[in-house]
Design a protein. Structure first.
Length: 210
């Protein structure tokens, strides 16, 4: 299959880049908070700003998809990838939002920070794969390799989630505190699930358009 890109199609790659960069930016803010848990409301405001940009990008893709005669790949794949990238961003925002809404005490749980570090690594691989999309024919192997690494990060996140929940129940007597942090753990783990969804779409594109 011949795969050629027209200049007007490049806007979709620009949108993908905007979303992947937003994911990295929001993750960095989240990590910064968990490493130095002060002023959670301010951190939420910063992530909200990033998340709003993501929503605008998603809306722009929805507006542009039907008016473009030639797209770089199937419209369905473009929409799926855009939505799943935005889902990752939404769940990063949701994690910080839960910390603020629940007025959760500064995290004492080592597995929370480990989960955020794994999320940061997955976000970085998403950006690497997205950056390679315009060159999918020549860089399909690199995209697939990034997708496999994202998948491994999701599996690592599953382990950290289970270990973190076990430690939470073992070391915490306050039932309300357990409920708060259990939901925060679950939200982080779900964010990594969405990262894996992104990797599955990227891998499918890489295989389809070789």
């Amino acid at each position: 299959m011949v795969f050629r890109l027209k200049p007007r199609d490049e806007k979709f790659f620009h949108y993908f880049n905007q979303l992947s960069e937003a994911i990295c930016e929001a993750t960095a803010i989240l990590k910064g908070f968990f490493e130095n848990p002060i002023d959670p409301a301010r951190n939420l405001d910063m992530i909200n700003e990033v998340e709003e940009r993501g929503d605008k990008t998603l809306a722009e893709v929805m507006n542009q998809i039907n008016s473009s005669f030639i797209t770089p790949f199937d419209r369905e794949d473009i929409l799926l990838l855009t939505r799943e990238l935005n889902n990752v961003l939404d769940h990063i925002q949701g994690t910080m939002e839960k910390v603020v809404i629940y007025k959760a005490e500064p995290p004492r749980y080592v597995y929370v920070l480990k989960l955020v570090h794994v999320l940061e690594a997955a976000a970085s691989e998403i950006k690497i794969a997205v950056d390679s999309l315009p060159h999918v024919r020549s860089q399909h192997r690199e995209i697939i390799d990034s997708c496999e690494r994202i998948r491994s990060f999701e599996h690592e996140g599953d382990y950290l989630y289970r270990a973190g929940i076990a430690l939470l129940f073992e070391n915490t007597d306050n039932v309300v505190e357990i409920i708060k942090w259990k939901e925060i753990y679950e939200h982080l783990e779900t964010t990594l699930d969405y990262c894996e969804n992104v990797s599955n779409i990227l891998k499918g594109v890489a295989v389809k358009y070789v």
